[in-house]
Design a protein around this ligand. Structure first.
Ligand code: ADP
Ligand code: MG
Length: 563
């Protein structure tokens, strides 16, 4: 139908396949989708949180307690739900821990907002109030923070251990937190920590307690020739990003040999070239040669004769890490190699790691690159330990960089809720209601910690509030005993950044979702989510177990496999 024919009817500007939801419907549809995401991870929060088993299309299984991993595996399609997933991703990028907390807060901010929207408080007022509350929240958190120096190993180990509680790594947390702190302290450079310099290698077999930290680089390769030494002490190390091979002759070139002598001559010439390359390396003083490309068989033989330990086809990233830690300059042309290009390592040795031979380069001048070798009984165990270690490395790095920690166990959230309610009184008007709603929303963290620990959440919240009212700002919930105790004494501490970032990204996402009152979806997008949505995506309304409630049309993919 031509649009002009429509007379005084509203002009149709959207294609027929596209759908549009606006006003309150749009808001509640988005809120419901976002809440469902938060609900999906809520039961994993805290040391007594449960794990999830995620099964992908191909039958691959991941068992985890890690918020961001769960959400990544879930393959969520709803756009508002995805904004919540992004909260977890931002948290992961910025701190590496607190992903569940951030998501749960975002979900609760939206629940509380929905109540106010129902009371006809405009979303703009809510957004303003939430933003203001988040600013105030940061102030309150900063006030509560305690200083930590980069040398305060004891406190840093507590931070490391807190991030591991409730995860696969927990049973070995003493050993692991010591390793994590040592790793972060080794790579710290002028108060800045680049966790990329900490390689994590996982080994299936053995107990997690046998994990170790190698102050140096481990290469997943073996020496190229059996006659080469297994270990070299006080090694001068040459790094090559080139091959030790005679350059191939042009593809089309034919070498015409008319008698056997000529052939021999030709081969001799190649050998001589290889011999010369090896001589260049020995003349420069190399005891160990690590090449990013190949090493010719004949060259391997010569290198072995010289007692050199050589490795070929090392990863580029390994060459870089080796260059940083041994001080070697990466050589591209073997003819030019000199003593100055070589780096130094006190020990280069081939060792067995869980049945796999690897080259350990240790006792380096500047161990700015270290490797954590994590062990565990099975692949699932090691993978989950690795995720816990990632979180732990992130929080120790953040603590070392910022020098500030907070007590955990719901202490900062209780302090926030109280402080924000006080602040709301001084604001007045409708925004006061929004700030109060924000304060109520923050309580979701201690409430959930209590619930997941099998405690009565009301009793716990009352106890927490009265202790905080009495000035005990570090009072938190010990999830193991169920008592409200001083979290600093209990050793449950987290970096300030975990909490400030969680509040910030949760608020941003909640505000963004609240401000949407019109959803226009092109025909081929699964943007729906209303109850009459006929789209039968797996995990649709009421279909998926694991706390994913109704109104979830449009969330597809792997959700159906969640248990
Ligand atoms: P997140 O993904 O948000 O880090 P976690 O499952 O790691 O989620 O839980 C973090 C929460 O658990 C934080 O509030 C932290 O203070 C709390 N927590 C950690 N250890 C303890 C403990 N021993 N007792 C009580 N709460 C704890
Ligand atoms: Mg955590």
């Amino acid at each position: 139908m031509s649009q002009r024919q429509m007379g005084n009817q509203p002009m149709l500007v959207l294609s027929e396949e596209s759908s549009r939801t606006s006003g309150k419907d749009a808001q509640s549809m988005n809120i419901t989708a976002a809440q469902a995401v938060a609900e999906a991870v809520r039961t994993t929060l805290g040391p007594k949180g449960m794990d999830k088993m995620l099964v992908d299309d191909a039958g691959g299984v991941v068992v985890t307690n890690d918020g961001v991993t769960i959400l990544d595996e879930m393959d969520i399609e709803h756009p508002a739900a995805n904004m919540i997933v992004e909260v977890a991703q931002t948290q992961e990028d910025e701190v590496g821990d607190g992903t569940t907390t951030a998501v749960v807060i975002a979900g609760e901010l939206l629940s509380k907002a929905e109540d106010l929207l129902d009371q006809d408080i405009h979303a703009t007022i809510l957004a303003q109030g939430y933003r203001q509350a988040a600013e105030k929240a940061k102030e309150i958190l900063e006030e509560q923070a305690i200083e930590v120096t980069p040398e305060d190993t004891e406190q840093l180990e507590k931070v490391a251990a807190t991030a591991m509680t409730g995860k696969g790594a927990e049973s070995s947390k003493d050993v692991l937190s010591e390793l994590v702190v040592r790793a972060v302290q080794s790579v710290a450079d002028d108060g800045v920590v680049d966790t990329d310099n900490i390689q994590v290698e996982t080994v299936v077999g053995g107990s997690t307690d046998e994990s170790e930290l190698v102050e140096g680089v481990i290469i997943d390769k073996e020496r190229v020739h059996d006659n080469m030494p297994y270990a070299v002490e006080d090694a001068d190390v040459a790094l090559l990003d080139t091959a030790i091979e005679v350059p191939e002759t042009e593809l089309d070139t034919e070498v015409n040999v008319t008698d056997p002598d000529q052939l021999q001559q030709f081969l001799d010439q190649e050998e001589a070239q290889l011999k010369e390359m090896v001589e260049n390396l020995t003349d420069a003083g190399a005891d160990v040669v690590i090449a990013q490309k190949g090493i010719d068989d004949m060259a391997q033989h010569y290198l072995a004769q010289e007692g050199i330990l050589a490795v070929r086809r090392a990863k580029k990233s390994d060459i870089k890490a080796l260059s940083r830690s041994t001080g070697a300059r990466v050589v591209s042309n073997i003819d030019d190699v000199t003593e100055d290009d070589l780096g130094f390592a006190g020990s280069v040795a081939q060792k067995d790691v869980g049945g796999d031979e690897r080259i350990f380069v240790e006792d380096v001048e500047d161990a700015r690159a270290v490797t954590l070798i994590l062990r565990g009984g099975t692949e699932h165990v090691v993978d989950e330990v690795e995720r816990a270690i990632d979180d732990s490395l992130g929080v120790v790095a953040a603590t070392l960089e910022d020098g500030k920690v907070l007590p955990g166990g719901g202490a900062p959230e209780t302090e926030l809720a109280l402080g924000l309610r006080d602040h709301a009184d001084s604001v007045g008007g409708r925004e006061q209601l929004a700030i109060e709603a924000f304060a109520d929303a923050i309580d979701v963290v201690p409430r959930t910690l209590a619930e997941n620990a099998g405690l009565d959440p009301i009793d716990s919240l009352v106890d927490l509030r009265s202790k905080h009212d009495g000035g005990d700002t570090a009072a938190g919930l010990d999830a193991y005993t169920g008592d409200v105790v001083d979290m600093n004494d209990d050793g449950v501490v987290e970096p300030l950044r975990v909490k400030t970032q969680a509040v910030e990204s949760a608020t941003e996402a909640a505000v963004m979702i609240l401000r949407i009152d019109d959803v226009i979806a092109a025909g081929d997008l699964k943007g729906g989510g209303s109850d009459d949505d006929e789209d039968d995506a797996p995990g649709g309304p009421g279909g998926a177990p694991g706390g994913m409630g109704g109104g979830m049309g449009g969330m597809g993919g792997g959700m159906g496999g969640m248990m």
